[in-house]
Design a protein around this ligand. Structure first.
Ligand code: NI
Length: 174
C-alpha cells in the first residue's frame, strides 16, 4: 500500500500537459494501485494522474455502492477521450481531492461516451453512460486537460479559493 502526496490547487502541476501512456507494464499497474490507495485514503471517488504529480493520461474511478462502500467498481482508465457529450446540461455538486474541504455547483452534460484503454492496453469504451459516473468521467478527464472544477466558478470565488489554498499549500510545505 502506497499513499502518494496529493497536489493541492492552485499548484501549476495541475495545469501541465499530460502525456499519452504508451507502455502497459508492471509500473503502470503499480501506479494505478497507488492511485486507488491515495483516493481511498482521502475518501474520493476519482483521481487523475496530475493530482499525484504524475503528468500522464491516467484516471482511476470507483463509484460507491448504495451503502457507500467502495472496491467493487474499480476502473483504471488510460488515455481517455470524450467522443460525445449528450443530454441536458445539469447542475453538479462537486468536490476534488486537490481542493480539500470545498464543494460547489458546476455544470456537466448528462451523458457521455468515452473511448479509452484498460491497464493492459485494450481498446474499450463507455457508451452513453449517465448519472454520477458520467459526471465523474467529465471531472477526471478535465484534470487531464489541465482543468479543475473550480475553474467554472465566478472570478470572485476563484480569487478567494486561490488565496485560501495557496496558504494551505505553504503551511503544508513548512
Ligand atoms: Ni478532481
Amino acid at each position: 500500500m502506497s499513499v502518494r502526496k496529493v497536489v493541492i490547487y492552485p499548484d501549476e502541476i495541475l495545469r501541465k500537459p499530460n502525456a499519452e501512456i504508451t507502455e502497459f507494464n508492471e509500473d503502470l499497474k503499480t501506479l494505478a494501485k497507488d492511485m486507488f490507495d491515495t483516493m481511498y485514503e482521502f475518501e474520493g471517488i476519482g483521481l487523475a494522474g496530475p493530482q499525484i504529480g504524475v503528468n500522464k493520461r491516467i484516471v482511476v474511478i470507483d463509484i460507491p455502492e448504495e451503502d457507500g462502500s467502495q472496491g467493487k467498481n474499480q476502473l483504471v482508465i488510460i488515455n481517455p477521450k470524450i467522443v460525445k457529450l449528450e443530454g441536458a446540461v445539469v447542475e453538479s455538486q462537486e468536490g476534488c481531492l486537490s481542493v480539500p474541504g470545498y464543494q460547489d455547483t458546476v455544470h456537466r452534460y448528462e451523458r457521455v461516451t468515452v473511448e479509452y484503454q484498460d491497464v493492459e492496453g485494450n481498446k474499450c469504451s463507455f457508451d452513453n453512460v449517465d448519472g454520477l459516473f458520467a459526471i465523474c468521467l467529465q471531472h477526471e478527464i478535465d484534470h487531464l486537460e489541465g482543468k479543475v472544477f473550480v475553474d467554472q466558478l465566478s472570478r470572485m470565488k476563484i480569487e478567494r479559493l486561490k488565496k485560501k489554498y495557496t496558504k494551505i499549500m505553504k503551511e503544508r510545505e513548512e
